[in-house]
Design a protein around this ligand. Structure first.
Ligand code: GDP
Ligand code: MG
Length: 297
């Protein structure tokens, strides 16, 4: 009998949501970055084992919305919880629950969904600290399971999957058994390029940048991709392109290597940079960059 579960992965920025989801899938579907707020859209990661299909919904980290893009991100968290059968709340194993976690637990209680607590980054702390964190969370909510983990090192990742079996209900699958994500290949390409941009640059430029895939052709033994990085200012463009184009070349090389690993074929990447002022507060531009508010809720 086939079973399915939709599972929302929620938690503050940077706790390791995307790392955990990728580790559970064994593939890089969601981008991971030491900089917070890198996951903009809800991304589904699909894991099919035997008769069971898990659909994990990686969400943007919870934070105060500072612009319309931020608003969009927060609505996408709430809509993930609404469409889920269960919740994985991830928190840092080294800290007592803060305001963000308290609010998320409130949302969990209101939704009446079963929830697993994953206490991540256990590699960074002592055992005694972990015990204190577990006790502090136990006072707030009755989780169906508490799993200490180190998603980055793959520690206890399989435990999170087996605990997630409580979320499964008898139903037809929504995806094919070998589907990995609901993201179209173009979206994955754009996320990989944005990840390299984040890695290569600091501060506010990456958050003001969007990557649009202009052309994507899957040929016999090569994928050809033409992509444009949109940034908000001429001066940002100068930084992204770099002296004699060196920065852009570096971003392109790293992105191409990852894209080739993901698709398993050679990739030709043609990368451009353009300026579009204030795109983060322009609904039409947001939609054309793929952050369309009509596609959530
Ligand atoms: P998200 O914002 O919640 O999706 O967090 P990410 O998955 O992007 O991870 C944020 C940062 O934490 C990245 O630099 C990860 O490599 C790092 N990280 C994730 N899991 C662990 C872990 O178990 N231990 C340690 N030390 N770092 C981790
Ligand atoms: Mg993330």
């Amino acid at each position: 009998m086939k079973r399915t579960a939709f599972i929302a992965i929620i938690g503050r920025p940077n706790v390791g949501k995307s790392t955990l989801m990728n580790a559970m899938l064994g593939e890089k579907v969601s981008i991971v970055s030491p900089k917070p707020q890198t996951t903009r859209n809800r991304i589904a990661g699909i894991l099919t084992r035997g008769e069971d299909q898990f659909v994990f919904l990686d969400t943007p980290g919870v934070h105060k919305a500072r612009n319309r893009l931020g608003n969009y991100m927060m609505r996408s968290v709430r809509s993930s919880v609404r469409s889920a059968d269960g919740v994985i709340l991830i928190a840092d194993a080294g800290y007592d629950p803060g305001q963000v976690e308290i609010n998320l637990i409130k949302q969990i209680k209101e939704s009446e969904l079963p929830a697993i607590l994953v206490l991540n980054k256990m590699d960074l702390i002592r055992k005694e600290r972990l015990a204190e964190t577990i006790a502090a969370y136990a006072r707030l909510h009755d989780f169906v399971a508490v799993v200490p983990s180190s998603a980055k090192n793959g520690k206890n990742v399989s435990e999170v999957i087996s605990e997630s079996e409580v979320f499964l209900t008898e139903s037809d699958w929504m995806f094919e058994s070998d589907d990995l994500t609901d993201q179209r290949e173009r979206q994955i390409a754009s996320e990989i390029i944005r990840e390299k941009l984040l890695k290569a640059l600091n501060e506010e430029i990456p958050h003001g940048a969007a990557v649009v895939i202009e052309a994507f052709s899957d040929e016999e033994d090569i994928i050809k991709i033409r992509a444009t990085i949109f940034c908000e200012k001429e001066s940002h463009k100068g930084i992204i392109v770099g002296h004699k184009g060196e920065m852009l070349k570096k971003i392109g090389t790293y992105a191409r290597e990852d894209l080739e690993a993901f698709y398993g074929v050679k990739v030709f990447l043609d990368l451009w940079v353009k300026v579009k002022e204030n795109w983060r507060d322009n609904d039409n531009l947001l939609a054309s960059f793929g952050y369309d508010s009509k596609t959530i809720d």
